[in-house]
Design a protein around this ligand. Sequence first.
Ligand code: 13P
Length: 235
Amino acid sequence: MIIASNFKTNHTRKSTQEFVSFVDEFVKNSSSSVEVRIYPTATALNSFECDKSIQVGVQNFYPVQNGSFTGEIGFEQLEEFGIKSVLVGHSERRHVVKESRELIVQKFDFAKQKGIEIIFCIGEPKEVRESGLDTVMEYVLKQLDGIDLDYDKLIIAYEPVWAIGTGLTASNEDIKETLKRLRETVKKPLLYGGSVKVDNVEDILNIDNCDGVLVGTASWKAEDFCKMISTAQKI
Ligand code: 13P
């Protein structure tokens, strides 16, 4: 089971340190075997010393070692903090920042070449969901074009765009059917993301083919994030 927290544009350097320490202590005290991932903002990165089940990664990077790319963060800056896990293709980068498909594939290839874990995010907008599951599958499988699905450190996060940050979770049936269809193509761990909360995480983690969750809003309080880790531990 993988329980991941995406901080997005939240928390400061100080509160990130407090969050990571809190989660680390919780994991150590509960002898949890859940794989925990935390993606803070780049300004809060540090050489965190945590339990081996916890990895602090990044939400974004530019696919270069270093160079002249004003405002971007290259891999040299991640290596300084021992970063071994990245998010690629998150819907907010695709739809809000307007990151192109080409750049997303370049980021995937770069991270793969570096041998680090990639949580690759896919998901459909509302109008696509309203057209039915076949249209959803066509849309999300297209997002996987050019991505090496055999990469050993690949994790796929299915996050319907309309469920992100809206409080609207996909129905358990929709999640189940979508993950089932994705499983025909993807042999790697599959996460669900989109308004996962303390109250619904157990049901979601019990869905067939669901290997974990990627959580935004409801994970930003360390106590709540730990409750989700605890729930995963029992499953
Ligand atoms: P919310 O949990 O806030 O809906 O965000 C989900 C998400 O985008 C995780 O990457």
